[in-house]
Design a binder for this molecule. Structure first.
Ligand SMILES: NC(=O)C1=CN([C@@H]2O[C@H](COP(=O)(O)OP(=O)(O)OC[C@H]3O[C@@H](n4cnc5c(N)ncnc54)[C@H](OP(=O)(O)O)[C@@H]3O)[C@@H](O)[C@H]2O)C=CC1
Ligand SMILES: Nc1nc2c(ncn2[C@@H]2O[C@H](COP(=O)(O)O)[C@@H](O)[C@H]2O)c(=O)[nH]1
Length: 326
């Protein structure tokens, strides 16, 4: 089967509806996601070059969603305990290898249920992911389980039916990704259309993961069915970001590396990611504030008062021409 009618973020413009608010301040861009309500539907990617413990603490304290990465596995139980000792929600990632089942056992034995657990693998449409969803639900029934990553409506339905509370959509659209080049597979170039297809099949929330290049792409993700948007490269260049700062010709950059890169894996085996530099952008607090303000504007253009109004707007397919005026 070939899916012919596809598009990506740059191919779409949303059409304004009559404004019903006096000020953009009156627009509410918050989102209920699992057991918490967050300021905006944005979550930094669960990558070692995007999030670390100090940033996770700041995000949780300030009402932003976060997902801690899984690349220092021994730190995860102390991390959950540390978050809970401060009355903050814990949100962690797991893989699907055998040792990860022992980690779920450890959490249970310690009496620590993270509020959110993300099953983070490249190809999430798999019985091994389904087994992990079921194991977490059996042993830590109060955890909100996010499973991914997937690219198809069938995958969304299979993971939801296995017990996932949300699914994460996006195989290969990431900035540090070379999956599409090395394997020929994925949603690179049609990520927004994949979000739309998956969103139509979903009965539970979906996270659009990868390919966000402008703040307006967040509103477009919401329009096409996402409840939350995961962002890597655009959130990796801040003073709070874990990557090293590099100066070239007087300009500051931060290192951003893929979770399946040689840098992350420590060996050139099954590499599907690269390391790159992203421009330094100052504090993440300012970037998140700007995203919030831009979403408030989006809600105003949608003719509503909250994110729900964005889901109803019409759109046009302009095929790669939204930058023509620049
Ligand atoms: N969103 C995306 O497009 C992508 C994201 N990533 C990120 O990179 C990190 C590493 O991912 P991943 O390689 O899944 O992690 P893991 O090394 O934990 O692999 C997951 C498990 O699935 C098995 N597996 C079977 N088929 C595949 C496949 N096609 N791709 C990957 N694993 C497979 C692996 O076995 P074995 O290793 O023996 O094959 C391994 O046991 C994750 O954080 C992931 O999110 C990576 C690529 C794409
Ligand atoms: N194919 C790969 N995808 C990766 C890798 N590391 C992370 N990712 C995915 O990218 C998004 C972030 O995308 P961005 O466009 O916002 O930068 C992240 O959440 C993962 O799903 C990798 O090594 N290879």
């Amino acid at each position: 089967m070939a899916i012919m009618d596809t598009f990506d973020y740059d191919d779409i413009q949303l059409i304004p509806s009559k404004c019903i608010i006096k000020s953009r301040h009156d627009a509410d861009p918050s989102i209920q996601f699992g057991p918490h309500r967050f300021n905006i539907p944005v979550v930094p990617a669960n990558m070692e070059s995007v999030i670390d413990e100090p940033l996770a603490i700041w995000l949780a304290q300030n009402n932003y969603f976060y997902v801690m990465h899984r690349f220092q596995p021994e730190n995860r139980l102390p991390f959950v305990q540390h978050m809970h000792s401060q009355d903050l929600f814990a949100s962690i990632s797991v893989g699907i290898k055998d040792a990860e089942y022992e980690f779920i056992d450890q959490l249970k034995a310690a009496g620590e249920t993270p509020e959110y657990i993300t099953i983070d693998v490249a190809h999430g449409h798999s019985d091994y992911v389904i087994n992990m969803i079921q194991y977490i639900k059996e042993n830590l029934p109060d955890a909100f389980v996010i499973a991914g990553n997937v690219a198809t409506p069938e995958a969304v339905r299979d993971l939801e039916n296995a017990g996932a509370d949300a699914t994460k959509v996006g195989v290969g659209p990431g900035k540090a990704c070379i999956t599409k080049l090395k394997t020929g597979f994925g949603t690179g170039g049609w990520q927004l259309a994949a979000v739309r297809l998956c969103g139509k099949a979903a009965r539970k929330p979906i996270i659009a993961d990868g390919g966000i290049r402008h703040n307006g792409d967040i509103a477009k993700s919401i329009r096409f069915g996402a409840s939350m948007v995961m962002i890597g490269s655009m959130l990796a260049g801040h003073q709070e970001s874990p990557g090293n700062m590099i100066k070239i010709d007087g300009k500051d950059y931060k290192q951003y590396w893929g979770s399946a890169s040689e840098v992350q894996k420590g060996a050139y085996r099954n590499v599907e990611g690269k390391q790159m530099l992203v421009p330094f952008r100052g504090s993440i607090k300012d970037t998140l504030k700007e995203m919030e303000e831009d979403l408030q504007s989006s809600i105003s253009y949608a003719g509503g008062k909250d994110l729900e109004s964005i889901r109803k707007v019409d759109y046009v397919v302009v095929k790669n021409s939204i930058m023509n005026g620049d």
